[in-house]
Unconditional design. Structure first.
Ligand code: ATP
Ligand code: MG
Length: 478
């Protein structure tokens, strides 16, 4: 160990080869701190500013960073923000000569720095913090290792899937989860977009914060602003009290914007502004409220569809599409069916108090032969039926519903149905035919509204409006 001019405390045993990167534009400060760190038994790398630090990190495995805050070029804030955006969780100790509690809170919370110290750092304090930083880094690596092992066995949070496609999805989720960057999840209805969003939240540093979900297609356009940003009492007719919007509810957590392609364009512009400024203003309010929210958006349109149909404003699209996770349809990864089915049967046994042990080979064959237009949600619905019907032992083909090629004892259909077609007698009222056609379409996709809207070639909003309208008409007629 080198000697120093400091009365350095006896170090704990720093992990061999642990490198600490000391970043400071002031040569004298840098060498003083580098010297302390070296005296504690660590290897030391030095950098003059954030940019040089990033280059060093690319070439040398760094266990902890000790950085100044104010530096020309890339400062300490930007360095930590860049590392956080990249998901590089290196514990950082921030040293600065101008302080204030505000800065400390921002650094420690938002930028996930490990600690905050006034310059010049006390060697004993720096020694203790570096020791803790090393333990923390070890914990992070251990958690990462465990997650990787689990995902290689086809499990990520509640999601299962060993197919190549799902392994790629898991890798992307793991890589993006620790960052603050927005995410866009695409995939047909029922492929697990919300499940993926929850997995991202759970694996992120925000996991202790709230996960708030809003379905942009299900909220009437005149209410979406108040749902997102909240409103003050009396802001509009019916605003009897103050309402806290999703953004504020999701503070320090994750906001899941489902069916983002269905959000009206003027609202998309407001959303973009909120994302850029990290502030919201309640409807009828004047205060700008700071929010710290990570956005995960989802759509069952393809990325090309989103752009081509102009469902999403281009500026918002680029803002959200920092990471793009695409969930492939189940028919393209049928090898996942046995594992997903097993997991679902376990869950459904618990839910319904049943003792089903698995699927008989012939029943599994039926599942493998099906095309799964409703994806994993349809699989869950079918297994729910089968688990309740079978109660115990193995699920046999007879336990599967009609749609899987066996008969289900059910009431006669309101219209004649045959091989995916429905026919209506001439002379029926158009309104009636429309209602029944929509009902049949919904039935064919296990009541999955977004898939039904896709099949009908209409937006989710139009479908919701139709359903509400026909309910009203039926009520009026009775
Ligand atoms: N990989 C998976 N492993 C286990 N279960 C899954 C998986 N993917 C989806 N599921 C199940 O499928 C169902 C539908 O998932 P989810 O609600 O996340 O789909 P979605 O893509 O958000 O659908 P929609 O577009 O209709 O909102 C859930 O009940 C979930 O339990
Ligand atoms: Mg969903």
């Amino acid at each position: 160990m080198q000697t120093t001019g400091y009365n350095a405390p006896m170090p704990f045993h720093p992990p061999e080869l642990a490198t600490v990167l000391v970043v400071d534009d002031e040569a004298q400060d840098r060498s003083i701190h580098a010297e302390i760190v070296r005296s504690l038994g660590y290897a030391v790398e030095e950098a003059e500013d954030g940019r040089q630090a990033l280059t060093k990190i690319e070439t040398t495995p760094v266990s902890a960073i000790v950085t100044d805050l104010k530096m020309p070029g890339m400062d300490g804030f930007e360095l930590l923000r860049t590392l956080s955006d990249r998901g590089q969780m290196i514990p950082a100790i921030v040293l600065t000569s101008f302080g204030g509690i505000g800065n400390a809170v921002t650094i420690v919370h938002d930028l996930q720095a490990f600690w905050y110290l006034e310059k010049p750092a006390e060697p004993a304090v720096l020694a203790t913090l570096l020791e803790r930083a090393m333990h923390y880094g070890e914990l992070l690596r251990g958690t990462e290792r465990l997650q990787r092992q689990l995902s290689q066995q086809g499990v990520l949070g509640e999601m299962v899937g060993s197919s190549r496609a799902m392994q790629q999805v898991f890798t992307l989720i793991q890589r993006s989860a620790p960052t603050q960057a927005p995410l866009l999840i695409t995939g047909e209805s029922g492929t697990g977009k919300e499940m993926a969003a929850r997995a991202i939240h759970r694996l992120s540093p925000r996991s202790l914060g709230p996960f708030v979900a809003i379905n942009c297609a299900a909220v009437p356009s005149e209410l979406i602003e108040s749902e997102l940003f909240g409103h003050e009492k009396g802001a509009f007719t019916g605003a009897v009290g103050r309402h806290i919007g999703c953004f504020e509810q999701a503070n320090r957590g994750t906001l899941f914007l489902d069916e983002i392609g269905e959000m009206p364009h003027n609202m998309q512009a407001r959303l973009l502004r909120a994302l850029e400024d990290s502030t919201v203003r309640r409807v009828g309010g004047s205060e700008e409220i700071r929010v710290d929210v990570r956005i995960v958006a989802a759509t069952n349109r393809s990325v090309l569809g989103l752009q081509g149909e102009k469902a999403l404003r281009e500026d918002l699209f680029y803002r959200l599409n920092v990471f793009h996770v695409h969930l492939p349809p189940l028919r393209e990864r049928k090898e996942d069916i046995p594992q997903i089915a097993k997991t679902m049967i376990d869950i459904l046994n618990k839910k319904h108090g049943c003792f089903v042990t698995g699927l008989q080979h012939a029943a599994l064959q039926r599942l493998m032969a099906h095309s799964w237009p409703g994806n994993a949600r349809e699989l869950r619905n079918i297994l729910e039926w089968a688990v309740i019907t079978a109660q115990k032992d193995l699920i046999r083909p007879a336990h599967l519903p009609e749609i899987m090629g066996t008969r289900r004892p059910s009431e006669p259909a309101a219209v004649e149905r045959k091989d995916g077609a429905v026919s209506f007698e001439l002379g029926r009222k158009l309104e009636e035919v429309k209602r029944e056609y929509v009902a049949e379409t919904l039935k064919s996709v296990n009541q999955d509204r977004s898939r039904a809207a896709q099949l009908l070639g209409i937006s989710m909003r139009t479908l919701y409006n139709w359903l509400a309208e026909s309910k009203q008409n039926a009520r009026a007629a009775s």
